[in-house]
Design a protein around this ligand. Structure first.
Ligand code: GLY
Ligand code: MN
Ligand code: MN
Length: 438
């Protein structure tokens, strides 16, 4: 799937510059390359804020915005073309490509940034920059500011204020355009196929990594270069470890498998969890707990509506899960009192979801002015309630122990309600059993 149109990146830069004060500058480096071992680096993935504004995915790049600058407001520092390096590592956009393909007004070699950036900073009143995200770059920026300070007697004027850039950007990123939702839908469709593929491959004694391989195959075959996060493939009681990623154990007959996996398309994440019996049939205990988590998932999704607040889906899931655990005898007492005492937290210790976008745990405030944020069209989130009965929980009957279940969907708030992006994966007991019988 092609990335977003260049006009969308331009519109974002424009929207950000509209919010910047006069005579200011924004500076945003992309992520550094991360060494894996000796001459081998980890696969490169740009910084999400940087990518959001530029669509530029090469390492060693810095974006600069100077609203109202006569010689161009959008400046990109990037690597120079270098035939010898390109022979080994692949083509580079170079400065010409930065202007031609990424619509920079001006582009300079990254190797010249120490000479050029102090001149762009000098005389600006305010610098929009996210301090503390990249300590090496923080130091570089302070060096440039000090270079200007050292010339104060010659009339040079260092910046007077620093403003956190990420706060402005993250609020913009929270509202997804139709084109962004389409990217996420595409990622979700691939991930849905991957989950189905894993369900179909499941059989007793299969290793968790063999199921992970099915996911990876579908991701890569469909053009997703990356997973949005390390896949969780957890058989039996491993599902009670929330971020289990060892994925190296066999799944025994009669156990459930919890798979939490999603691919990334053009840096947009998907994040799906399904839990299913490795042998294709839920046991009565597994089914009873599964039905509660499913009810909680559906009740929470129902709350995803404009004008409802961020915490409503979580509150709905807590109520369903607490009532369900009382019904099955895993909790005892009055549902309201148990909710007030947070008794459910022995079984449901995480929140119902998080924002989703360029980052799997996406940016954006969850509270505004001390109040839970009101949902608005374009916001994307996950709904992922779960029940996890620890193997060593001696307060419950032995037959429940070691069962871990989570059901996670991706949802976008629409004008009049919501749209579930992850409809493609079976979710009810009947749907899952039917798929696995085939
Ligand atoms: N995959 C991590 C999460 O669901 O939040
Ligand atoms: Mn997940
Ligand atoms: Mn999630």
């Amino acid at each position: 799937m092609p990335s977003l149109p260049a006009a969308e990146f331009a519109q974002r830069r424009h929207q950000l510059m509209e919010q910047m004060s006069s005579n200011s500058i924004a500076i945003l480096p992309t992520s550094p390359v991360c060494n894996r071992n000796n001459s081998v680096d980890y696969a490169y993935r740009p910084n999400s804020d940087f990518y959001y504004l530029s669509g530029f995915d090469e390492p060693e790049a810095v974006l600069v915005l100077i609203p109202g600058r006569e010689h161009g407001q959008y400046i990109l520092f990037c690597r120079e073309r270098d035939p010898a390096r390109e022979l080994w590592d692949g083509l580079r956009a170079g400065q010409e490509g930065a202007i031609r393909d990424f619509y920079a007004d001006d582009a300079f070699p990254i190797s010249d940034i120490d000479e050029i950036l102090p001149g762009l900073l000098e005389g600006r009143d305010r610098v929009y920059y996210s301090v503390g995200k990249n300590l090496v770059f923080d130091q570089q920026l302070m060096d440039w500011v000090n270079t200007i300070r050292s010339k104060a007697r010659l009339g040079a004027s260092p910046p007077k204020e620093f403003v956190m850039l990420d706060h402005l950007l993250h609020d913009m990123r929270l509202y997804k355009s139709a084109a962004e939702v389409a990217q996420m839908q595409h990622a979700c469709d691939i991930s849905a196929r991957a989950h189905i593929r894993a369900m179909q491959a499941a059989r007793p004694s299969i290793y968790e990594y063999q199921l992970e391989a099915e996911l990876d195959y579908e991701f890569r075959k469909s053009g997703a270069h990356f997973s949005a996060y390390s896949s969780i493939v957890a058989g039996g009681s491993n599902a009670c470890i929330l971020h289990y990623i060892n994925n190296n154990q066999p799944v025994q007959d009669g156990e459930l498998v919890l798979i939490d996996a999603g691919c990334e398309i053009n840096c947009y994440a998907s994040d799906i969890t399904r839990t299913f019996p490795v042998n294709g049939r839920f046991s009565p205990e597994q089914k009873a707990l599964y039905e509660i988590v499913l009810e909680a998932n559906l009740a929470a999704i129902d709350c995803v509506q404009p004008e409802r607040h961020w915490n409503e889906p979580h509150e709905a899931s807590v109520r369903v899960i607490t009532a369900g655990l009382v019904r099955l005898g895993l909790l005892h007492g009055d549902v309201d009192a148990l909710i007030a005492a947070e008794a459910y937290r022995d079984f449901y210790m995480h929140r119902a979801g998080h924002w989703l976008g360029l980052d799997v745990h996406d940016v954006g405030d969850y509270k505004v002015g001390g109040q839970w944020r009101v949902l608005e069209p374009g916001m994307c989130l996950t709904i992922e309630p779960g029940i996890y009965v620890a193997q060593d929980n001696l307060n419950v009957d032995a037959r429940w122990r070691g069962i871990g279940i989570r059901i996670e969907d991706n949802v976008v708030v629409t004008q009049h309600g919501h749209h579930v992006l992850t409809h493609g994966v079976p979710k009810t007991v009947d749907e899952i059993e039917a798929l696995m019988q085939r």
